[in-house]
Design a protein around this ligand. Structure first.
Ligand code: FAD
Ligand code: ZN
Length: 477
């Protein structure tokens, strides 16, 4: 099959991909959960070309689905199956516009892959700390549009905290140049913060000015066995007190997660011989150097072992070993995908509630939907867990998936009781937009709709994402 997509009088610099086969990768999401169709896929190379394309679509009433690396986990970057929308891929906008080491900022185009931004920063003797397992393919535009989190939020914040300025093409095709490298700027509404996390529904991000940090003088990684989530949280609080701002990552991993990595990544080596119900991967980044870092870290581990928070621990003795520890954590989502069908959640609750949350919700799910295994891991230091569910061996995957609404209700009702978030870092996309409306106050949804109406009155930007379907104007009595 290599049929041509319908031709329209697209602007000449829109970078339209003309064959259906070439376009196929853009209409299915990373999890292969959503399969859409596109009127065309465009890969413009400049902000002016994006603006011209958006003006064209605005005039013709053609919906636009912005897309970066297509690694999103909630179906936000793929079109529906009507074939009416175009996919606007920013992947060819990869310019590094400026590195300002005096101001500790970097200005990059939206299609820059995150790992590339990290590399350029490092070459300039600086750290760009946003870090997530998809960093080899996700883009800065996508990171900002989803306000991505990752493994260093604890110390450096999420994508929003790392962004000082944006360039955005509006729904009418105007270019807003807000590429300011200012740490302080109280001159009215923060438009930047409105576009960050808006998942392509309010504007197209074409470039960003991002914060840079000093490279740490020393970095230490430890893998520690903990008996339960309660003690993992106690270890977090101890590590915060002992390491203060040096604590840069604190990730929870359950034994079942590690066994999935064992199975699907046979080259992986466990750092500890005896299994434990949970493990913590923690990292410190020290400004004062190796010796200082080592002394603090060793004192922390000794205290944690003595007080029974930790039953065993390994500290990486080389960069290669530290990478191997991190690979165990980063390969969990991939191992879970290789294992087969699963139900994903990305929950956030106050750290003080997280142990109770896990214990109570595990029990409730096992009671209501037997034949499941809990896949619990994630950013404990931020109160954010990937609280996923897989079928037990021998359970029919389709029968398991039939329980998804029931399991989701249990997971999200519990989140709601703890005043948490049903999407701490992945966004809403198609997957959670209705669920979000179920839990958010009506006033909040109405305010979001007003913003959408103000910035995209004809609704051409990423329709069917983030916001729930509009309520019927004249509901039946
Ligand atoms: P896409 O998937 O292409 O798009 C995501 C959303 O942003 C869509 O709604 C799209 O319309 C919109 N969008 C994309 N580019 C633009 C733009 N230029 N302007 C306006 N809107 C745009 N996420 C985390 O937060 N933390 C994690 O730890 C994490 N780990 C992951 C691990 C794996 C293995 C995978 C596959 C994903 C992970 N993710 C994580 C999710 C995902 O990588 C992030 O959401 C990432 O920020 C998406 O970037 P992207 O370029 O792939 O965006
Ligand atoms: Zn995550």
């Amino acid at each position: 099959m290599n049929s041509r997509l319908p031709a329209t009088a697209w602007p000449t610099d829109a970078g339209i991909i003309h064959d259906e086969q070439g376009a196929a990768a853009f209409v299915t999401d990373w999890r292969k959960r959503y399969h859409g169709r596109a009127l065309a896929v465009a890969q413009p190379r400049s902000t002016a070309a994006v603006a011209a394309l958006v003006r064209h679509c605005a005039q013709a009433g053609i919906p636009i689905v912005p897309q970066g690396g297509n690694t999103g986990l909630v179906g936000g970057g793929t079109p529906d199956d009507s074939g009416r929308a175009i996919v606007l891929s920013l992947a060819r906008m990869t310019g590094i516009r400026a590195v300002d080491t005096g101001n500790d900022t970097i200005t990059v185009e939206a299609g820059c892959v995150l790992a590339e931004v990290q590399r350029v920063a490092r070459e300039s003797g600086r750290l760009f700390p946003l870090s997530l397992a998809a960093e080899g393919s996700c883009t800065i535009g996508g990171n900002l549009a989803t306000n991505a989190g990752g493994v260093q939020v604890l110390r450096y914040g999420n994508a929003r905290d790392l962004c000082l300025g944006l360039e955005v093409v509006t729904a009418s095709g105007d270019i807003w140049d807000g590429l300011r490298g200012l740490r302080k700027d109280n001159t009215g509404y923060s438009l930047r913060d409105l576009f960050i996390g808006s998942e392509g529904t309010l504007g197209i991000i074409t470039a960003a000015t991002l914060k840079l940090f000093p490279l740490p003088a020393a970095q230490l990684t430890a893998f520690a066995a903990v008996p339960d989530v309660d003690r993992a949280v106690a270890l977090l609080n101890l590590a915060k007190r002992r390491l203060a701002a040096s604590l840069t990552a604190f990730e929870l991993i359950s034994e079942f997660c590690l066994s999935l990595v064992d199975r699907h990544f046979p080259q992986a080596r466990r750092p500890l011989t005896d299994p434990s119900p949970y493990y913590v991967l923690l990292e410190s980044s020290d400004a004062e150097g190796e010796e200082h870092a080592q002394a603090l870290f060793e004192a922390l581990m000794a205290e944690a072992l003595e007080s029974g928070l930790v039953t065993d621990a390994a500290v990486a003795s080389s960069i290669a070993q530290s990478r191997a520890f991190w690979a165990l954590r980063e390969n969990i989502p991939l191992a879970q995908a290789m294992e087969g069908k699963n139900i994903k959640h990305d929950i956030g609750v106050p750290i003080s509630s997280i142990a109770t949350y896990v214990a109570q919700t595990n029990a409730e799910i096992e009671r209501a939907a037997p034949g499941v295994r809990m896949v619990v891991f994630g950013h404990l230091g931020d109160g954010n867990l990937h609280y996923n569910v897989s079928p037990a061996p021998g359970v029919d995957p389709e029968a398991f998936l039939a329980n998804e609404p029931l399991i989701n209700r249990i997971v999200y009702d519990a989140v709601d009781r703890h005043h948490g978030s049903i999407s701490a870092e992945h966004g809403l996309g198609q997957l959670k937009r209705e669920e979000n409306a179920h839990y958010k106050p009506a006033v909040e949804i109405a305010l979001m709709r007003s913003l959408k109406q103000a910035l995209d009155p004809s609704g051409i930007l990423n329709p069917g994402k983030l916001l729930p379907d509009a309520p019927c104007a004249n509901p039946a009595p």
